[in-house]
Every structure is written in structure tokens, then in C-alpha cells.
Design a binder for this molecule. Structure first.
Ligand code: UD1
Ligand code: CA
Length: 473
């Protein structure tokens, strides 16, 4: 028997009024990804194809986000201009599925935690039963707000009653409609024709189409055990609750992959972040975006790393910030270092406390240990940058590059006025202001000569005492 094909339709047109936001609800982020990405990814993982997304509010943006996120998926977008109900939204998907034969899974853009494993199991039971339609239900202590499942004695669906249309007896039913269905495509669209909106909300209900189908042929009901998978997001409190559950899953995953999290409850790892084995992550660390951390690293407390590549055996000491940069194998960063986008730190380098780097590349074994600013600079191997060194890269209009060759020693409190080049093994004396290129093997000194004036300190002290005394009178 050929395997049945399954498409997916994701309903994501709702405004999300209760989010009180200028941004469409499905674009609100969870662990660094817009919410809508999760259910579309689930459908993609199940190999459901095509995936039709019904968009409304900020539909262009939703489309852009999803196409970038899943470039290989057969995504089709349809617009529902007015939100006239779930049945109406589903109807919008019809043109996008006109040449499709098989089943269609219906998912919600604001129900992000449904796992592909669960959905595939639902699909398996549905296909095995050879029914035209199946509904995923859940049992809730407090079923408020959900559509209630009216079942017959064989546990097949009689109808779904929306809470606002339910009588007292029906309201007592605790088995509710998750809103996730798998239905034969042709049967579904035939039932969507002629839906009426003579209900409490004046909407075209998708549940009515399912109930109509149930009148004609048995509709299966599959009870899901884990309600968090079907929790929908309506407001920012739901968003926090579901995000916390998601973060717990992500952290659990990395621990199972061989990463030590000293305090999982205070560790924030985005959905697209990757971490190698034997890496330890201390409390209050945020690993954001497409960060990739190698094996055997130590990421100390309070560090924030976003869209960065950290190679193997790197130590990031507390409270360091690294964004959009690469840090080579064996480096030691921080504490309190700030590595800004466009930086590439070579192997075995040291970037110490209160060092800021921006658009800098370094070779191997270069040390910038304390209190320095390196911006728009190219550094070679085995360089020592002294405390307080500054590359003066900006003249108020343009940015200029500083180039420092292998083996250079830069004495503390030096300024390099870019554009400027320092040749191999050159030595810059402390406190120098370097405005011209320094040749290889040269010593550059640029500071005023020192004068010692005998006894002058005594005279100053005497004067100061006199001023203080006069002030007290
Ligand atoms: C729906 C079900 C209800 C079920 C509940 C589960 C109906 C009539 N009711 O109710 O039985 O218990 O989900 O969460 O289907 N949407 C559109 N366009 C619209 C309306 C909705 O795209 O015109 C989208 C929303 O963005 C959302 C989803 O459909 O992602 C569900 O809509 P919502 O209004 O939240 O339905 P519920 O009232 O929760
Ligand atoms: Ca809802």
C-alpha cells in the first residue's frame, strides 16, 4: 500500500489582540525564533508537504521569516484579509492545495510546542484507522475557553461545541478540542462550503466542518497526554510560560548531549545555538542566536554570547559579552571583555578584563590583557598590547585601520592614530602617541621629555595649606 501523503495548513492570521502589541502575535520570539517557526518546523520535520501558511496581520514579514528559516520547505502563503473565523481561514488555503490529494494536518501558529514525534504518532493512528478525519483532544481539569468534545459510546466524535455556544451540561465536559486535526483534504474542503456563522461569536467555525464530517463518517479522537504541547499563546503571560517550558526542553537536550549546565534554571540557550561535549556553562549565561560553541569550553557566570563561533577549549571568564565574532581554540576571554561584531580572535590569544574589540582580526598567541580598545585593527601573531592601549580609529567622519605586525610590543597607555602601520617586532614605548608608521624592529617613543624641578613639591604643598586655611575663615 502506498504511504498516504500529508500536507499541512498552519493558521496564523489572528491579530493576537491580547498581546497588546504592534507586532503580529506569531512574530513574537521564543528562544530567539519567532513563535510561528516552531509549528512550521514541526510540520517540516514530519515531512508534511506542502506547508500552507494562512497569514493576515504583517503577513509579508511572516513569509520572509519562514522562507529564511526553512529554505528547503515547500511553503505556500495565503492571505486571510479579515479574520472571520478558523473555518474561513482554512478555506483560504484551498487554492494552494488545489492539486493536492491526501490528508491535511491543521496546526496553529500560536501553539509552538507540539512535537514532531507526537504529530507523527497522530498521523500513524489516523492512517491506520482508515478514517477520513481525526481530532487530537486533551483532558483538562479546567476546560474553560476550549471547544468541548461530544463523543459517542465508541469514542467517535459526535460534534465539537464551542464554549460560548455550550449549554450547562456540555460545559461540564472536560475533554476538549486541541484544534489539531488530520483530515482528508477533499472531504474537508467540501465540508467548508456552506458553513454558517449563526453562532455566539458570529464566526465561521472550522469545528463545524469537522462536526459535519462526523455526521457522515466516523471521526477518530486521539487523546494527548502532555497538555503543554498544545498550549496556545494568547497573552504575554502565556508567552513566558511556554517559553520557560521550551527553555527547559532545550537545556535538557544539551545536557543529554554532554554539556554541563551548572544551573539549568538560570541558563538561556536559544533554539539555534549549538554546544559541543564537555563544555561547562555556569549560571546566568545567555547563549543567543546562531552561536556555536566547541568542545571542552568553560563559559563562566553572567556571560552573553550572540551569533558567535567559539572554537574548542576556550575559557570565557565571567561577565563577558561576545557578539558576531569568532574566538579561536584555546583562547582566554574576560572577565568583563567585550568583543563586538566582525572580530576574529586567533588561537591561544588572551583578551583580558575591560578590553573592547570591534572588527579586529588577530593571529595566534596575541595578548591584550587589560583595559584596551582595539577597533578596525589587524593584529598578527605573538603581539603584546599593554594596558590602556587605544586604536584611535575614528576622526569624527571616517573609520581607519591600524595594522600591527607579528611580534610587536606595545607599551601601556599608547595611542595608535589610524591609519597607521607598525612593522614586525617593533617596540612602542609606554605613553606614546603614534601618528606615523613604525618600521620593523624599530623603537618608537613619542612623549614629552621629563623635567624634575627640585623642591617644587614642597612649595606646592605650602601654597595648598594656605588656600585651605583661608577658605575655613
Ligand atoms: C479554537 C477551536 C476550539 C479549540 C481551540 C484550541 C474553533 C472554532 N475553535 O478556538 O474548539 O478548543 O481552538 O486552542 O476553531 N485564526 C485565523 N483566522 C481566523 C481565526 C483564527 O488564522 O479568522 C487562527 C488564529 O491565529 C489561531 C487559530 O486560528 O492561531 C485559533 O484561533 P482562535 O481564535 O484562537 O480559536 P479559539 O477560540 O481558541
Ligand atoms: Ca486560541
Amino acid at each position: 500500500m502506498p504511504k498516504r501523503k500529508c500536507a499541512a495548513v498552519v493558521l496564523a492570521a489572528g491579530l493576537g489582540t491580547r498581546m497588546k502589541s504592534n507586532k503580529a502575535k506569531v512574530l513574537h520570539e521564543m528562544a530567539g525564533l519567532p513563535m510561528v517557526c516552531y509549528c512550521v518546523r514541526t510540520a517540516f520535520k514530519c515531512k508534511f508537504s506542502p506547508i500552507v501558511v494562512v497569514v493576515g496581520h504583517q503577513g509579508d514579514l511572516v513569509e520572509k521569516v519562514l522562507r529564511e528559516f526553512l529554505p528547503k520547505a515547500d511553503l505556500r502563503f495565503v492571505t486571510q484579509k479579515q479574520q472571520l473565523g478558523t473555518g474561513h481561514a482554512m478555506k483560504m488555503a484551498k487554492p494552494a492545495l488545489k492539486d493536492f490529494k491526501g490528508d491535511v494536518a491543521i496546526l496553529y501558529g500560536d501553539v509552538p510546542l507540539l512535537r514532531s514525534k507526537t504529530l507523527l504518532e497522530f498521523f500513524r493512528v489516523h492512517t491506520q484507522s482508515k478514517l477520513q478525519g481525526s481530532v487530537m483532544s486533551l483532558f483538562l481539569d479546567n476546560p474553560d475557553g476550549y471547544g468541548r468534545m461530544q463523543l459517542d459510546k465508541d469514542q467517535n466524535l459526535v460534534k465539537i461545541v464551542e464554549e460560548k455556544d455550550a449549554d450547562e451540561q456540555q460545559k461540564k465536559i472536560q475533554e476538549v478540542n486541541s484544534g489539531i486535526y488530520i483530515v482528508d483534504c477533499k472531504a474537508l474542503f467540501s465540508k467548508l462550503n456552506g458553513l454558517k456563522k449563526n453562532n455566539a461569536q458570529g464566526e465561521y467555525y472550522l469545528t463545524d466542518a469537522i462536526s459535519k464530517l462526523a455526521k457522515q463518517t466516523p471521526v477518530g479522537v486521539i487523546l494527548l497526554e502532555n497538555p503543554i504541547e498544545l498550549t496556545g499563546i494568547n497573552n504575554r503571560s502565556d508567552l513566558a510560560l511556554v517559553t520557560a517550558a521550551l527553555q527547559e526542553q532545550i537545556n535538557e537536550y544539551w545536557m543529554r548531549q554532554g554539556v554541563t549546565l551548572l544551573d539549568p534554571a538560570s541558563t538561556y540557550i536559544d533554539a539555534q545555538t549549538i554546544i559541543g561535549i564537555d563544555t561547562t556553562v555556569a549560571p546566568n549565561v545567555c547563549l543567543r542566536g546562531k552561536t556555536k560553541i566547541g568542545t571542552g569550553c568553560l563559559i563562566e557566570a553572567g556571560s552573553f554570547i550572540k551569533d558567535a563561533v567559539i572554537k574548542n577549549d576556550v575559557t570565557v571568564l565571567p561577565y563577558s559579552v561576545i557578539e558576531g565574532s569568532t574566538v579561536g581554540t584555546g583562547c582566554q576571554i574576560g572577565p568583563f571583555a567585550r568583543i563586538r561584531p566582525g572580530t576574529k580572535v586567533g588561537e591561544d590569544c588572551k583578551v583580558g578584563n575591560f578590553v573592547e574589540m570591534k572588527k579586529v582580526t588577530t593571529g595566534k598567541n596575541t595578548k591584550i590583557s587589560h583595559l584596551a580598545y582595539m577597533g578596525d585593527a589587524k593584529l598578527g601573531d605573538n603581539i603584546n598590547v599593554g594596558a590602556g592601549t587605544i586604536t584611535c580609529n575614528y576622526d569624527g567622519v571616517n573609520k581607519f585601520t591600524t595594522t600591527i605586525a607579528d611580534g610587536v610590543f606595545i607599551g601601556s597607555d599608547s595611542q595608535l592614530i589610524a591609519p597607521v602601520k607598525v612593522g614586525k617586532r617593533a617596540y612602542i614605548a609606554s605613553g606614546s602617541t603614534i601618528t606615523e608608521d613604525v618600521p620593523a624592529d624599530a623603537l618608537a617613543v613619542s612623549r614629552a621629555d621629563q623635567k624634575n624641578i627640585k623642591g617644587a613639591a614642597k612649595r606646592i604643598a605650602k601654597r595648598n595649606r594656605a588656600i585651605k586655611k583661608a577658605g575655613k575663615k
